[in-house]
Design a protein around this ligand. Structure first.
Ligand SMILES: [Zn+2]
Length: 431
């Protein structure tokens, strides 16, 4: 009886394990971010001891790893490991339909799995044309060739930090992939002026790290992010409401706005928009209906939004300038250029971020700078203070779904600490 009971217990336990594994598999294939899945990924650190190499148990082989030298033939490599000319001939014939040995390139990595004898004999030759693919040339028993792909794992990863000098240094010190910096600056392009990151600005990013054989192989998407810039909090939550990758704030508003925060990488703002200022060249009071960005001659100037070039010409006061009409509401103008960007002329379409010219001091200017002017509905307005409408928010019918995702991601972001010790930065990576 006792035996039967423990037998039943074992069966139930196995069923339970199967259920657990099944649940994990379900969660992994689920595209939505369920709170528990995120928590699980953040909390568990999984370190698998590497016991398999390309699916082969590493203990059973002597492993030779090398790169193909220039003008080196496969026969030359393999003949050292007791592979006969006959086998090499057969291999080259059989490889043609799968991955021709004549396509093997110099400087690429190969691995030979040999018998563990005093005179090792090659059993498998493995070639890696790129980070994902690998070709197995089987030499043991019968000769076979197969093209395989590595599995890409996605690990949800978090990184946080307080900026001391630059975002780049802070993020790379925190162990983040440099690609993440680019992605983050895209997510917050309309909220954070990445040309003007301040000391003390803070960030937390929750993103997908891609792994191939436990080696970092790029990043996936940013799932959620927080940025404190100039003492303002900004949240970004990834959500696809059917129109592709979009980031929304905690209120379901899109982070996409229509314009870049600034049209160039500048040294300082030398003059702001004002109805009355003392003109340094004219030596009298005059309204300044633009923003002057001081920057070295030759600094690229970018269109702050998509649009059509309305004017690209020279005038006595404006010097070489470009005026862009973005839509029926907004127009921007860029003055004192040393030269125009390639292909910039009247009537040409430009896209946001496109270089339209280079900083200069043509026209009425006492030094190299860009005078940037902004029109809203035909009125000149202050580009630094103009309120711009966001792009499409989360649709009403997706709002409940979004709120669940958003709350989960914000909770995760809030649980990440900056871990500051005095003035020094300590950021960390959870895997
Ligand atoms: Zn100006």
């Amino acid at each position: 009886m006792k035996f039967a009971q423990s037998g039943l217990f074992i069966v139930l336990f196995i069923l339970f394990l199967v259920f657990v594994v099944y649940q994990i598999n379900i969660d992994r294939s689920e595209p939505e971010y369920v709170e528990d899945v995120i928590a699980e990924n953040l909390d568990t650190v999984q370190i698998r001891p590497p016991t398999l190499l390309y699916g082969f148990p590493i203990d059973s082989f002597t492993i030779i790893e090398n790169t193909i030298r220039r003008n080196q033939f496969l026969g030359e490599i393999l003949s050292e490991f007791r592979v006969t000319d006959q086998q090499i001939h057969e291999l080259s014939l059989k490889s043609r339909k799968v991955y021709d040995v004549r396509k093997l390139e110099a400087r690429k990595k190969y691995i030979i799995l040999c018998t563990r004898d005093t005179l090792p004999r090659a059993e498998y030759f493995i070639y890696e044309p790129n980070e994902i693919d690998y070709v197995i040339y089987k030499l043991k028993d019968s000769i076979e060739v197969s093209l395989n792909q590595r599995k890409i794992d996605t690990v949800n990863t978090a990184v946080a930090g307080v900026i001391e000098n630059s975002l780049w240094v802070t993020m790379t010190d925190a162990g983040a992939d440099p690609l993440l910096i680019h992605s983050l600056s895209e997510v917050f392009a309309w909220q954070v002026d990445f040309y003007r990151i301040q000391k003390g600005d803070r960030f937390k990013v929750f993103y997908e790290q891609l792994l191939v054989d436990d080696e970092e192989a790029g990043i996936g998407k940013i799932i959620g992010a927080y940025f404190n810039h100039n003492e303002e909090d900004y949240y970004a939550v990834y959500f696809d409401q059917g129109s592709g990758i979009s980031y929304f704030d905690e209120n379901g508003q899109s982070l996409q706005k229509q314009f870049l925060k600034s049209p160039l990488r500048y040294k300082r703002i030398s003059s702001r928009y004002t109805r009355r200022r003392y003109h340094p060249v004219l030596k009298r009071y005059k309204a300044h209906l633009g923003t002057d960005y001081a920057a070295p001659t030759g600094t690229p100037i970018r269109s702050v939004g998509d649009g059509i070039i309305e004017e690209a010409r020279y005038s006595q006061y404006n010097g070489r300038y470009v005026k862009i009409r973005h839509n029926s509401v907004y127009t921007t103008q860029y003055l004192h250029m040393s030269r125009f960007g390639s292909g910039i002329k009247e009537g040409v379409k430009v896209i946001q971020g496109q270089v339209i010219g280079y900083v200069g001091s043509t026209g009425l200017a006492n030094g190299p700078h860009l005078c940037f002017r902004f029109w809203k509905n035909g009125q000149q307005v202050d580009a630094l203070n103009v309120k711009l409408p966001p792009s499409e928010p989360v649709n009403e019918d997706k709002r409940d779904e979004y709120d669940v995702v958003m709350k989960s991601i914000l909770k995760q972001l809030d649980s990440i600490s900056f871990d500051i010790k005095g003035d020094s930065l300590t950021a960390y990576v959870i895997q």
